[in-house]
Design a binder for this molecule. Structure first.
Ligand code: NAD
Length: 295
């Protein structure tokens, strides 16, 4: 299958590579030359522009930072929806506002282009291993078309509902993840301040009622888990500013439906303070620095 892939960052890079390794003819593009070079070095064909990438593609996948990037890529006179052939399937895996996903889906439908929102969970580890969880918003028939492509990048595919529903599921999950990461950080910092070995404490909590994804796969303290971003200077992974964006989307949504999300609101404020302190580009697990004893 000829697949265009736009956005080759921490997540999109390994996702596009998995499609290439599965035998699809991938034509990839990113505004960052470094991101393009990294994939070219692994044998993926790099297009000269997003327009060139989608030319002749049967499926277009995008993995961009936020709503504004997705709007400017697809909408407007110069947007990709004006260039993609009718009948093409567009899978947007970026985490963005549900309203933006619906807007892009409507614009696509007006041109005979099916657009589904398919944000993911599983982190960069899941993207590399091809074990991501996809949360899809769109109709059944379009999801059925997308499945063979999604299966090459993920292990779990959920149909959350109509257009935008994948995004709503995703921000519920990430609000919980943001809260969990701060709670896990506090618990580890408390134990360490009391002289406990962080590896032993982490293992105790992992196998006890406090067990969670951060303790399983993403320990926030450097040195506890070799593969976690914490042990790599918080490089790569899931940026603090991206988590801040997701917590903001959750709060906007909560206001719209009058939901009570006090811990989600507090988590947003804590990540905002962490970002303001200069840590926006570090992995979000670096939030442990807010509660860690200095030195
Ligand atoms: P990233 O910042 O590493 O990568 C985004 C890439 O998009 C960058 O390389 C950037 O140059 C490129 N880009 C931006 N605008 C573009 C355009 N118009 N055309 C082409 N390329 C463009 O971000 P990421 O960590 O890969 O995250 C991407 C999305 O996935 C975000 O919405 C994020 O919230 C979500 N997400 C991330 C993770 C994670 O662990 N990193 C996990 C789940 C979901």
């Amino acid at each position: 299958m000829k697949i265009a892939f736009i956005g080759l960052g921490n997540m999109g890079g390994p996702m596009a590579l998995n499609l290439h390794k599965a035998g699809h003819a991938v034509s990839a593009f990113d505004l960052s030359a470094a991101a393009c070079d990294a994939l070219r070095g692994q044998g993926v064909a790099i297009a000269a522009s997003a327009s060139a990438a989608v030319s002749g593609a049967e499926v277009v996948v995008s993995m961009l930072p936020a709503s504004a990037h997705v709007e400017s890529l697809y909408l407007g006179e110069a947007g990709l929806l004006a260039q993609i052939a009718p009948g093409t399937l567009v899978i947007d895996s970026s985490t963005i506002a549900a309203a933006t996903s619906r807007k892009v889906a409507e614009a696509g439908a007006a041109r005979g282009i099916a657009v589904i929102d398919a944000p993911v969970s599983g982190g960069t580890g899941g993207a590399i291993a091809g074990t991501l969880t996809f949360m899809v918003g769109g109709n059944e028939a379009d999801l059925a078309r997308a499945r063979p492509v999604l299966e090459k990048m993920g292990a779990n595919i959920f149909h959350a509902g109509g257009p935008g529903a994948g995004q709503t599921a995703k921000i519920c999950n990430n609000m919980l993840l943001g809260i969990l990461m701060i709670g896990t950080s506090e618990a580890i910092a408390l134990g360490v301040a009391n002289g406990l070995d962080p590896k032993v404490l982490s293992e105790i909590m992992r196998r006890s009622s406090g067990g969670n994804w951060a303790l399983e796969k993403y320990n926030p303290l450097p040195g506890v888990m070799e593969t976690a971003p914490a042990s790599k200077g918080y490089a790569g992974g899931f940026g603090t500013d991206l988590m801040l964006k997701d917590l903001g989307l959750a709060q906007e949504n909560a206001m719209a439906v009058k939901a009570s999300t006090p811990l989600g609101g507090l988590a947003r404020s804590l990540y905002a303070a962490h970002s303001l302190a200069g840590h926006g580009a570090l992995d979000f697990s670096s939030v442990i620095r807010m509660v860690q004893k200095a030195g």
